[in-house]
Design a protein around this ligand. Structure first.
Ligand code: AMP
Length: 295
């Protein structure tokens, strides 16, 4: 199926309005490109909820810190367009930075509370950039079903919050994390990993699986669960940014001496070489990323 490719924000807005007026329902999948099977699963999910799927491909500068990888973030627009079309997207939006942040741009969207935890303090400004670009995309596309991956768990919660608070006509649907056969979560940033780093990165899904097993077997100490994950990651040569056991809705960490509830988010961020990888599972809800939970 061939898709329409649009670059100008006002054209996207107009086209979406026209499609809706003709009776179509719209799905939206925002991405930063360098598309992999995780993104394409979102496109397929969106097709289940809407008659026309819009995929946006935009490496959003405002969500990158000054020492992060905005410049070298992988870009492959031609390949991405082909993949989107194969997955059934009807409209692809690839705007320029200058059109999404035109001269005089001075508005940012801040979501409080949820952004104080996990990646928030370690990536100042990141969620403000995400919330701002997603709000712009929602304003352009209008009434729709937007699909996001649970790999970026905190991002989903932030977006759900902003949709509720700003009363936007967008329904949020989430899709489970898509993984390689060894459990590693697919990510555009995996392309940065050397062969040796890729091998070592397997420890992340292994450690999460081990924690699911321990929690399932009755371990309820937040510090023990966290430290066990941390020890496994460190032993494999990863540098841990955080390991957090937290409330799955508020993201508030479970205090060290409180019992971990039957359902809790376990989220990690760790550097493998220079590449920062994130992953998470909901203890008591998700299946282990690695069958058998082996370490
Ligand atoms: P990104 O291009 O990294 O900004 O991601 C765009 C969307 O794809 C976000 O909703 C991500 O959560 C989602 N996504 C990225 N990787 C995966 C994955 N491995 N499984 C499921 N969704 C993913």
């Amino acid at each position: 199926m061939s898709a329409s490719i649009l670059r100008v924000p006002s054209e996207l807005q107009l086209r979406c309005d026209e499609h809706r007026a003709r009776g179509l329902t719209l799905g939206l999948v925002p991405t930063m490109g360098a598309l992999h099977e995780g993104h394409l699963a979102l496109v397929k999910e969106a097709r289940e909820h809407a008659s026309l799927v819009v995929v946006t491909i935009f490496v959003n500068p405002t969500q990158f810190g000054p020492n992060e990888d905005f410049q070298k973030y992988p870009r492959d627009t031609a390949g991405d367009i082909r993949k989107c079309e194969q997955a059934g997207a009807g409209l692809i939006f690839t705007p320029d930075v200058a059109d999404m942040y035109p001269k005089g741009d001075a508005t940012r969207v801040q979501v409080h509370g949820l952004t104080e935890y996990l990646c928030g303090p370690l990536r100042p400004g990141h969620f403000e950039g995400v919330a701002t670009i997603v709000t712009k995309l929602f304003a352009l596309v209008g009434r729709s079903v937007a699909v996001f991956g649970r790999k970026d768990y905190q991002q989903v919660k932030v977006i759900e919050r902003l949709v509720a608070d700003l009363m936007l006509p967008v329904k949020i649907v989430t899709h489970p994390t898509v993984r390689e056969t060894d459990g590693l979560a697919l990510s555009s940033r995996n392309a940065y990993l050397s062969a040796d780093e890729r091998e070592r990165a397997r420890v992340i899904p292994q450690a999460l699986s081990h924690a699911i097993q321990q929690h399932g077997a009755g371990l309820r100490s937040a510090s023990a669960l966290r430290e066990n994950v941390q020890a496994l990651l460190t032993k494999a040569g990863l540098r841990v940014d955080y390991v957090s056991v937290a409330d799955p809705e508020t993201l508030v960490p479970v205090s060290e001496n409180a019992d971990v509830p039957d359902t809790a988010l376990l989220a990690v961020a760790a550097f493998c070489g220079k590449t920062r990888l994130i992953d998470n599972v909901v203890l008591g809800r998700d299946a282990p990323p690695v069958a058998g939970g082996s370490v």
